[in-house]
Write a new protein. Structure first.
Lengths: 407, 407
């Protein structure tokens, strides 16, 4: 049988989503499979069973990443890796991460049930600790790519123990973590299917997004200084109102983002002293910009730095992650996969970070997005139709079959 | 001797300021003569002694207002009243209110030491509880003018007792309060000298402000609704950012106030959810406008109401005090007083409220302002030069001498 005609077992994928959906479901309808919680570990064990049933050899590594391996015709080639995660934010949904892991399993099942192997070995990885505990997220993929900072071990998580204590309590041996590091070139390609977490596909009624890059982001902190003064006795022309300056900057961030085709957001803003009858003396705000082209963000930053100087604000960048550009060969293969699966697709960036960001440091990567309702994620309202899930898995299946031949 | 040549005893005024300045002075350099505290009562007793020494008959009324009376040539005429207060905000200064009471005493001393009486009886009133305890300020003048709301008695003040308990503890008999109410027409004129509490006189180097009115103010609460969403995955053209709308409104308040020649201030603003990576879903802000002409504030309100509708905001007025227009005869007399005292003056509005607001409900009123350093008040940094204090008292003295002849 021609692999180009293979499809995933949609009913089985839907069943596995439902089975995992029985674990960590709170009374409020949200999921509580927080990283390394009992529910997270129970979910991981369940998914390991699914991997074995699908025909994979399953290992849980020293960082509690589950690696399901499906041998290739040439098993000495570096593997094609399909990964994501099954842990959730507190009161999260059952699709973010989950769908990527189960789609990978569905893909292997489709090959295995047809008695087919690809040229490359396949690995489906259920990364551990992708969602943020206090020291930040993407724990498992950080360890695997050599980007875990040991200093984080001493931070407090879930407000009652250190991250080290949490890891040791669940059985992770810290000194063994480094044994799972993979070197550059040891993975042929990394592909992650994920819900979009934005409303674009859903609003436009498109089945699949082929991700041409993961936006970089920079976060900034600004302090606007004015002069706190009596709101009644100070004429307008004798005021130095920090909030008026900050308000101009908020509008400026929006206009700058629009001009440069990126996104820019002022998410926090605090007014001091914050009394109805006092002219604001100081305003602190944080904002971020995200885009696929670092040089464009450079230009936007230059413009806003200059604007902040006009407004007498202090301007401090406190976080900077460069964009990840998808590998062109993988993107082309995934597009071909969509065409074969007869699914309408669009090429688009990812506005959020994923395990793929870390994997990009050791191998070529790309991602697939499926529409989730209204773009809502990290919420109990997070939802994907069964059809959208199956469509995504079929695009992944055909994309990987194509990719295997092209690399 | 011609009363037009009288001057106040500046050294004595400076001495009395210094004596009162020994009461309620905190280790941090601020004054703590909060309404009905022991320091406030001690200050009141000290000032009652000053009144007697200056030649007045002194009564502490049922609301603990101190009334110092200096008989007139025609003692059956309604009195000219000069008033203010000696209580302070926590960590306040020793001029706000204080200077008005001590200037009134200086005025009477100047008449008395010259063996002169005016046609009208004079009263110097040290009002009680002008600065806000929890149920609001201007207690004494409210009671005197029949504007005290009994419901306030049950509110908690200074966080440990009700206002009623506080008043009873210091010896005020609640049922006697109504006995001190004065009817419309029972006072010939009310004049209050006060520090400007704005930086205009100080910046312009002008000795006296003759107040042609006390601005009215209105306070509003607005809620801007948007849609909280992921700051990375939501393109600019699919956003509904509550903070961008609120920022436009903040700028709009400034522009509107400038256009209409009033003051407008957004003093508080809160962003929800207030996370760096989430588009603000909701912003609540409060703003106020103040001006001397209610119909102008009406127009500004109309413009901003309409703007808030364009921005999909809810718009609620929660406070509205009409302006007080000074009596023209008093204003003219005070201007003449400045000229006789050879002091440069300017006619200006008061941006803050005073006991004069309440007195205006029963009699004609006007005020005099003296410059305070940088316009700072309600602060331990509050400061007036001795010269500025004496200048103000001389303007008051000559203004009242003139007024007595004109009414």
């Amino acid at each position: 049988m021609n692999p180009e005609t293979f499809t995933v077992d949609g009913d089985r994928l839907t069943f596995e989503l439902a089975e995992l959906g029985k674990i960590g479901l709170g009374d409020d309808g949200g999921y509580y499979r927080e990283a390394f919680s009992q529910a997270d570990l129970d979910g991981r064990t369940l998914v390991e069973g699914f991997m074995e049933e699908a025909g994979m050899t399953v290992t849980r590594d020293a960082a509690f990443n589950t690696v399901g391996r499906y041998a290739g015709e040439n098993d000495f080639l570096p593997p094609i890796v399909i990964g994501s995660h099954t842990d959730t934010v507190p009161c999260g949904g059952n699709y973010d991460g989950v769908l990527g892991v189960l789609s990978g399993i569905a893909l292997v099942r489709a090959l295995h049930s047809n008695g087919t192997r690809l040229k490359h070995p396949l690995e489906v990885i259920n990364f551990s600790g992708e969602e943020a505990v206090s020291p930040g997220g993407t724990f498992g993929s950080r360890v695997m790519t050599g980007h875990f900072e040991e200093g984080l071990l001493d931070q407090i998580v879930y407000s009652d123990e250190t991250f080290r204590e949490l890891l040791e309590r669940v059985g992770i041996i810290i000194e063994n973590l480094s044994t799972i590091e993979r070197k550059k070139g040891s993975v042929a390609a990394y592909v992650e299917l994920h819900i979009e977490q934005g409303g674009n596909l859903d609003a436009d009624g498109i089945s699949v997004g082929v991700v041409d890059g993961i936006v970089g982001f920079r976060r900034y902190r600004l302090v606007f200084s004015g002069r706190a003064n009596h709101a009644g006795t100070t004429p307008m022309d004798r005021r130095d109102d920090a909030l008026v300056k900050a308000a101009r900057f908020v509008v400026g961030v929006k206009e700058t983002a629009e001009k440069f085709g990126i996104v820019g957001t002022v998410g926090t803003l605090e007014v001091t002293p914050g009394a109805p009858n006092v002219i604001p003396g100081s305003v602190e705000l944080s904002f971020e910009m995200r885009g696929l082209d670092d040089s464009v963000i450079d230009q936007a930053q230059e413009r806003l730095t200059s604007f902040s100087r006009e407004l007498d604000a202090s301007f401090e960048k406190f976080s900077h992650k460069p964009p990840i550009i998808s590998n062109k060969v993988i993107v082309a293969a995934l597009q071909e996969g969509c065409r074969r699966a007869q699914l309408e697709y669009v090429v688009m960036p990812s506005g959020a970070g994923h395990d793929a960001n870390l994997m990009a440091t050791i191998c070529p990567v790309a991602m697939l997005f499926v529409p989730n309702k209204d773009g809502i994620s990290h919420s109990k309202e997070e939802y994907c139709t069964p059809e959208a899930c199956v469509n995504g898995a079929n695009a992944l299946l055909q994309g990987i079959i194509e990719l295997d031949l092209k690399i």
